[in-house]
Structure formats: C-alpha cells, structure tokens
Design a protein around this ligand. Structure first.
Ligand code: ADP
Length: 251
C-alpha cells in the first residue's frame, strides 16, 4: 500500500500535505502523533469514507483512490471501483458498531454471506473458529447488548477477519473501553499479529501495544511524518524533538 503525494483538505485546512509513505505486505505499521495530526484521516481515506484532493493511493500496485482509463490515464475512482477494492480492507472502529439486532454469529457471517457470497455453513464454521480465536467460542448466540464492551470489540475483530482482508485498519480500538477491558482486546490483537500475515495499519494511544506488535512506527504532526523507524528506536531513542516531546506527554 502506498500514499503517493497525497493531499487532503477540509475547506482551507490542509490536513495531509503531499504525504508519501508505503507499507509492505504483511507489515504492521502504527501511526502516532498528537490529536489532529491526520492519523484518522489516513484510515478514512483507505476506508473510502473520504476522497483525496490530490495524489494517489495505491494498494497492490493498483490505483485505489483512482482508476485507469482505457488509455492508461488515472482518473478519480467511481463507486464500482471503490466497492471492489474496499473488500481488501477490514476495519475495527473505536465504537464497535455491531449490528444490535443480530446475534454474535450472524454479525460475523452477514458480510461473508451477502457480500462475498459464501455459503452459510462455511461462513458459520469460519465464524465459530474466529470466535474461538478471540476467546468467545461460547457466545455465538448472544446479542451484542449482552456482552461487555471488550467482548463486543473482540466480536468486531472477528467480524473484520471473517472477510479475509489483506489490510486491517485499527482506529483507536480500545479508546472507548473501560480500562480493565483493554488488555483482553490488545491480547487478541497480539494473537492476530502473531498468527496471521495481514498487513495492519494501527492508530493507538497504547504505546506498549504499539511497541509489541509494530514493525514500524510513523510519528505524525500536522499531516506530515516527522520521524519513522522501528518501535525500539522511536520509543527508546527518538531523534526528533517533536517525537520526544510527544512521547514525554503520553508515556
Ligand atoms: P487525528 O486522527 O490525528 O487526531 P484527524 O485525522 O482526525 O487527526 O484530523 C486531522 C485534521 O482534520 C483536524 O484538524 C480535524 O479537525 C480535521 N478534520 C477531520 N475530519 C474532518 C471533517 N470531516 N471535516 C472537517 N475537518 C476535519
């Protein structure tokens, strides 16, 4: 996945200013930086919830924010292109966004059946496997309202994985949880990181978690990358004053 000179503006506010970065297949990259530095906007562009103003986003060497004309030129993507490419990407949100009227199992099987066209038995078998993986093998028939926030978030992780995404986006997935529920969710994500080769782009305030699972950390400020490197370097020996100041404030 690659951001190539990406510009994103909201009105006169330039949130991403010719941003360049790439993430390899299987790489886990965490975005850190102060509030308002553009981290969520990057995830929202990948979720196609926002459009770039300039520059191109690529996924698998295919234009993602754009599509090719028969003559090979790039032009802004249409809905059909977006919906095809969107399937490569899974997302877990701060608010778990489960379907409240569906049981846990159905929350997980809904998209595989109705979007991917999987048969029900196969989708349910896979959903049960994923529920085991997130430690909720016995809650398939529960309704979301019967689960704690941490359990709901683990269902949301299973739901995202059920679509077999190439890229998993995690947007502050523990920020809405009571503190005692955070560890279970992070441990599930540590397992996902260990047991799969899904590319992950992570926005989190959990610096120890970022340190444990990331291959690389990007420090953002005002829509620009001020420093990037392996977690041991960024957290242990940051070179930029801006990174040092940010980490002093959050650690
Ligand atoms: P972060 O995730 O690092 O906190 P965001 O990507 O949420 O940063 O926000 C970056 C900037 O973009 C902020 O100045 C924010 O106010 C602005 N912004 C984000 N979304 C919108 C929007 N939908 N409309 C207007 N401004 C927005």
């Amino acid at each position: 996945m690659k951001f190539d000179q990406v510009v994103k503006r909201f009105g006169s506010n330039t949130v991403l200013d010719h941003l360049d970065f790439s993430v390899d297949r299987g790489e886990r990259v965490t975005l850190i930086g102060p509030s308002g530095s553009g981290k969520t906007t990057i995830l929202r562009l990948l979720m196609t919830l926002e459009k770039v103003n300039d520059g191109v986003i690529w996924v698998d060497d295919e234009p993602f924010s754009h599509m090719r004309t028969p003559g090979g030129q790039l032009r802004p993507a249409n809905e059909k292109h977006l919906s095809a490419i969107r399937r490569k990407i899974g997302m877990v949100f701060q608010q778990f966004n489960l379907f409240p009227n569906m049981r846990v199992l159905q929350n997980i099987t809904e998209a595989p059946i109705h979007v991917l066209g999987q048969d029900r038995a196969k989708a349910e078998a896979r959903a049960r496997e994923l529920l085991e993986m997130v430690g909720l093998g016995d809650r398939a028939d529960a309704h979301p309202s019967q689960l704690s926030g941490g359990q709901q978030q683990r269902v949301a992780i299973a739901r995202a994985l059920a679509m077999d995404p190439e890229i998993l986006l995690l947007d502050e997935v523990t920020s809405a949880l009571d503190p005692e529920l955070v560890a279970d969710v992070l441990n599930v994500l540590r397992d996902v990181a260990r047991e799969t080769d899904i590319t992950m782009l992570i926005v989190t305030h959990e610096m120890q978690f970022a340190r444990d699972v990331s291959h690389r950390v990007l420090m953002f400020d005002h829509g620009r990358i001020v420093e990037s490197g392996p977690p041991d370097q960024i957290f242990g020996n940051p070179t930029e004053e801006r990174t040092q100041r940010f980490l002093r404030a959050v650690l």
